[in-house]
Write a protein that binds this ligand. Structure first.
Ligand SMILES: NC(=O)c1ccc[n+]([C@@H]2O[C@H](COP(=O)([O-])OP(=O)(O)OC[C@H]3O[C@@H](n4cnc5c(N)ncnc54)[C@H](OP(=O)(O)O)[C@@H]3O)[C@@H](O)[C@H]2O)c1
Length: 297
């Protein structure tokens, strides 16, 4: 089967599309014929050799966590899913023709494989950080970097829970933020004052890692009311860096519920062929997004 791999850490040029052995579903897993794989910033961070988790990455390595496709192998001990089912979820090495998933859910009615591949990691992250920052119905949440994958999910989940949101993004994404129910503001020169004028901020999320932790603490008045997923320097300001994933099966179940109720939709910014994985990484790394990018198989 065809699979995207890298044999050394480095720029997008280290990605290769090769013929490799097919993976197989182990106990508690399913294998899918991948139709689409989500492109997340963590994919190029790992490819660059950034140290993200407790375990070093072995080389050569595949790429990709999120995918959607058709189940074609069911591992030992797995119930409730059959060969031929359409699922989306999280696994490993998903930029490939076949991939093994460790967590999955059935595709909600009306969702395409391409759309579905964009949900798993971003919904897990969004649910986790909304919980960790402790924001409640009736309060106002400020989201720095609100139009990307994680931001798109945070804004819609917050709206569903009765939380008001102020989101920052570039000029081109202001209408997009409004369409997700947020009050939109641009980042850049003077942004703190512009946000302050909008009223009280009860909690804040840093999704862009653009060096704004001090300002977010200032706006909320409390470092415990700020969470970052993108600025490793956040703890220097007493702010929690959230980096450990919560339960993916629970997040997928919640995603299915939100999508089925018409409360969550993450648009596909752009689709790429497997052979264009390097271009997908270059575009993702540029850091300007409206929704999620996906690789289609
Ligand atoms: N720690 C974790 O568990 C975890 C989990 C998921 C993601 N992450 C990290 O979180 C970050 C966001 O992920 P994502 O998937 O949402 O990224 P993304 O889809 O690439 O979105 C990036 C967002 O940042 C905005 N942005 C760019 N420059 C900005 C600036 N100077 N100020 C404010 N906003 C700015 C972009 O808006 P415009 O396009 O309008 O400029 C866009 O909304 C990535 O660094 C990723 O690695 C961490």
């Amino acid at each position: 089967m065809k699979k995207v791999i890298f044999a050394e850490f480095g720029g997008p040029e280290v990605l290769q599309l090769l013929d490799t052995e097919e993976p197989h579903a182990g106990p508690g897993e399913v294998r899918i014929a991948v139709r689409a794989a989500g492109v997340n910033p963590v994919d190029w961070r790992v490819r660059e050799g950034q140290i993200l988790g407790a375990h070093p990455i072995g080389l050569p390595s595949g790429v990709g966590l999120d995918a959607a496709g058709v189940v074609d192998e069911v591992g030992e001990g797995v119930g409730g899913v059959e060969v031929g089912d359409h699922v989306f979820g999280e696994g490993a090495n998903t930029y490939a023709e076949f991939a093994v998933l460790s967590a999955w859910a059935r595709l909600p009615e009306g969702l395409t494989f391409e759309e579905a591949a964009g949900y798993p990691s971003v919904v897990e992250t969004a649910l986790r950080i909304i919980r960790q920052v402790g924001v409640r119905s009736g309060q106002t949440l400020l989201v720095s970097g609100a139009s990307g994958g994680v931001g798109s999910a945070v804004l819609q989940i917050a709206r569903d829970r009765g939380i008001a949101v102020i989101g920052t993004a570039g000029v081109a994404n202001q209408d997009y933020l409004r369409s997700l129910g947020a009050v939109a503001e641009t980042y850049g020169e003077g942004w703190v004052e512009r946000v302050r004028r909008l009223g009280r901020v009860d909690a804040a999320l840093d999704l862009a890692g653009s060096g704004v932790i001090r300002e977010l603490v200032e706006l909320t008045g409390d470092p415990h009311k700020v969470i970052s997923i993108a600025d490793l320097g956040a703890p220097e300001h007493g702010v929690r860096f959230s980096g450990v994933a919560g339960s993916v099966p629970e997040a997928l179940a919640e995603a299915v519920d939100l999508i089925s109720r018409g409360k969550l939709h993450i648009p596909v910014e752009k689709s790429y062929a497997l052979a264009e994985a390097a271009a997908a990484h270059i575009d993702s790394r540029a850091g300007h997004a409206r929704g999620r990018r996906v690789v289609v198989v």
